[in-house]
Design a protein around this ligand. Sequence first.
Ligand code: EPU
Length: 336
Amino acid sequence: MTIYNDYDLTCHNTFGISATCRRYIDYDSTEDAIKAGRMISQQPYIIIGGGSNLLLVGNYDGTVVHSSVMGIESDIIGNNVMVRVGSGECWDHLVAHCVEQGWHGLENLSLIPGDTGAAAVQNIGAYGAEVKDYIYKVEGIEVDSGRMVSFGVAECHYAYRDSIFKNELKGKVLITHVTLLLSREFVPNISYGGISTYLTDHGIKHPDARQLRAAIIDIRRSKLPDPEELGNAGSFFKNPVVNKTVYERLKERFGDDMPHYSVDDEHEKIPAGWMIEKCGWKGRRVGNAGVHDRQALVLVNHGGASGQEILALCNSIRSDIKDMFGVDLQPEVNIV
Ligand code: EPU
C-alpha cells in the first residue's frame, strides 16, 4: 500500500485538471484494501479508477483511494472462459490480452480508457456492447466492516451506465476483482451501424477478433479526442431516455432528422451529442474549455482549464438543452 499526503491529481484525471487531495491511498491487494478501508472509514473520501470519468472542480479536502490490484487469472470451462481480473488492471490492456488469448466478447469495448474496477462500476458501453453482459461477479471489501463481499451480476443492478456501486453502495465497496465470463467462440457483434459501414469500406466481409478490435479502435480514434493530446473524459453527458409522449413531441418538431434508439415499448434514447450540436455548441470554446468539434458529447480542456470552467460550460449546455428540447441532461462524469 502506498500513501501520499497533499498529493497532485493532475495525472489521475484525463481532463488534465490541476487539483490536489489531502491524502492519496493506493491499495494493491485484498489485505491492503481491508487496511485502506479501516483508514478511511468515518472520514471524507472518494474512490477513483483511471480518472477517465472524473471532473475535479477544486482541491479535494479528503482521501482519494485508488486500486492497483493487478493480475489476470483464467479458468477454461468447456467453450467458456472465466477471467478474474485485478480491479487496477487497465481496461484496454485486458481487452487486448483477451483478444490475443482467443477469449471473446469484449472486442467492441476496445480502447475505452480507465481501469477494470471502474468499468464494472460504470457499466461501460460502446458500439452495441455493455460490460454487464460479460460480468460474472464483482468482489471487494466493504469499507465500514472490512468484510470481503462478492456480488453476482444480478446483484449489481446494472442499467445504462449505472450499477448498485453508483447508488446504494456508492463509495461503500473497495473493488478488488472483477470476474468476466467470456467465450472461446468468436461471434462478431457488428450490429452498430458504424461498424458494418467501416468493414465494408475496408473490404472486410468476415472479421476475425483482431480485425474487429482494430476497426473499433480506428472508429473511436476518428471521433474521440486522445486525452494525451486534448484533456477530456469521453462522453460528458448520458444520452437521455425519454418517454413516448416526449419523444412524439420532439419528433413532431425535429422530424426524421432526429436520431433515436428504442429502449423499450415506452421509452426512446436520444443522442445528447445530436442535441448539443443542434443547439450550436459543437466546436465552441469558452475560455480554456470547449465542446469537441467531432463529437459534441465530449467536453475538452484546451489547456489550463479549471474544473470550474468545465462545470460552467456543462451548465450552459444543460440550460440550452432544457430551453430547446425540454429535456434535463445528466452528466455521465463524476463531479468532485
Ligand atoms: N451525433 C451528432 N452530433 C454529434 C455527436 C453525435 O449528431 O456531435 C449523432 C450521430 O450522428 C449519431 C448519434 O448522435 O446519429 C450517436 O452518436 P455516436 O455514435 O457518436 O454515439 P453517442 O450516442 O454520442 C455513445 C456512448 C459512447 C460510445 C458511443 C458508441 C454514451 C453517453 N456515450 O455515444 O461512449 O463510444 O455511443 O457506442 O452513451 C463514453 O461513455 O464515454 C463514450 C464515449
